[in-house]
Design a protein around this ligand. Structure first.
Ligand code: SF4
Length: 148
């Protein structure tokens, strides 16, 4: 008989509620990769063609296209992080069309790898540990659709 995989350490669900603090959109230099479809949607949102969009807001990396960053007193902000429109807030200018990588945070496999990595991420993300329990079924869906 095939061996059954051990249940995830978070089988009982995890508490998370995003506060919109924007801390996951800044910090040390990083990558926000996106697909062609996502580029098209973000480009349309900011009124550009996908080519213009890539030129203005993205850079090519060894793993594909990534959104650019801006060095600010907070760290390397995503190019679409808006700290101006509503003082004290960090808003995403392409929120409705943000890439899957952004949508699935904090359910990334590397964050869920262990309780330790989850707690380490909680130092950056104040939404971890807040709100109600997100059930395992939902976590698995988000985890498994995170781009590799
Ligand atoms: S760091 Fe966490 S709480 Fe803050 S915006 Fe990102 S996901 Fe939401």
């Amino acid at each position: 008989m095939p061996e059954r995989a051990a249940p995830e350490w978070y089988a009982g669900g995890l508490r998370f509620e995003c506060t919109g603090c924007g801390e996951c959109c800044t910090g040390p230099p990083g990558y926000v990769h996106f697909s062609d479809e996502e580029a098209q949607a973000m480009a349309a949102r900011v009124g550009l063609t996908p080519e213009q969009f890539r030129k203005a807001y993205a850079r090519k990396t060894s793993m594909g296209w990534s959104l650019r960053e801006r060095k600010t007193p907070h760290g390397y902000d995503c190019v679409f992080l808006d700290r101006i429109t509503e003082p004290g807030k960090a808003l995403c200018k392409v929120y409705e069309d943000r890439p899957t990588q952004c949508r699935t945070f904090p359910w990334w496999p590397e964050v869920l790898a262990s309780e330790k990595s989850w707690k380490l991420t909680a130092r950056q993300c104040e939404g971890i540990g807040r709100g109600g329990f997100v059930p395992i079924e939902r976590i698995r869906i988000e985890r498994d659709r995170t781009p590799k």
